[in-house]
Design a binder for this molecule. Structure first.
Ligand code: SF4
Length: 253
């Protein structure tokens, strides 16, 4: 690894370590299921968690799972070969997600949010079957900021992606150790490490009208005009003033 890649790796590890500490994401004895889509983010997450696992003063284990969405051309052979050669326990969960989305998607709903809900449901069932008490997802700080704006613009809700989430049924804990990492740094790192990246072959992936792509573009424009916009939005998520909002459940009597 070059000196600049090593510096980048140290920076990413330190930010992941900070998120783990700030939100108690990993504890002694945890069995963590890492969701691997095969993209740059999930490869980076797996790699950083494995480095931390080897260095951490506490013991925890990692298993890796890919939810195969049933999209034509989505090939997992590369992932499987890479992971098995490095001794990871790896599971591919084959699904009929595409058919389910096409059959059940409400015309007013987004393909992506329905897809994300289905994937999460599959992971929620898979984790306890594999003896895992936590599920690690590879969302980064850009994903979190975009989700916050998407929810405000299109759902009328003030919510983003939390670093740690207890599922509604209380069976699973979802953790997002890369919540402080920037997408651009992850892309540089994945490139430097030459991870065997595969693409999801999703039929709507290149749809330029997708709301998330529009929000991404908007944020990039705002960042040029006012550098620091994105980091300010992220900071705002941990600096909430309930008395200055309008949710009657949150307001002090
Ligand atoms: S782009 Fe495709 S695979 Fe990705 S979340 Fe949207 S529907 Fe799912």
């Amino acid at each position: 690894m070059t000196r600049s890649s090593q510096i980048l790796e140290d920076k990413l590890l330190s930010k992941v370590g900070k998120a783990i500490e700030d939100y108690s994401l990993i504890e002694e004895g945890d069995n963590i299921l890492v969701a691997l889509s095969g993209g740059k983010d999930s490869w980076t997450l797996l790699h950083l968690l494995e480095l931390l696992r080897k260095r951490a003063p506490i013991k925890f284990s990692l298993k890796v799972a890919t939810v195969h969405p049933g999209f034509e051309g989505f090939e997992t052979d590369l992932l499987e070969a890479y992971l098995r050669s490095r001794g990871f326990e790896y599971i591919i969960k084959r699904t009929r997600m595409l058919e389910v989305i096409r059959e059940k998607l409400n015309p007013d709903s987004s393909f992506c949010s329905f897809c994300a809900r289905l994937r999460r449901g599959i992971l929620y069932n898979l984790a306890p079957e594999l003896g895992c008490n936590k599920i690690a997802l590879a969302h980064n700080c850009d994903d979190t900021i975009e989700t916050l704006l998407l929810n405000q613009f299109y759902s009328g809700q003030l919510k983003a992606m939390p670093p740690k989430l207890f599922s509604d049924v209380g069976r699973n804990i979802v953790i997002r150790p890369m919540i402080y990492l920037k997408e651009a740094d992850i892309a540089k790192y994945a490139d430097a490490k030459k991870f065997p990246i595969i693409y999801c072959k999703c039929p709507v992936y290149n749809d330029q009208n997708m709301k998330r792509k529009q929000i991404k573009k908007l944020l990039a424009e705002l960042e040029i005009k006012n550098p620091g916009t994105k980091s300010n939005i992220l900071t705002a998520l941990s600096n909430v003033v309930p008395s200055h909002l309008m949710d009657t459940d949150l307001r002090r009597k």
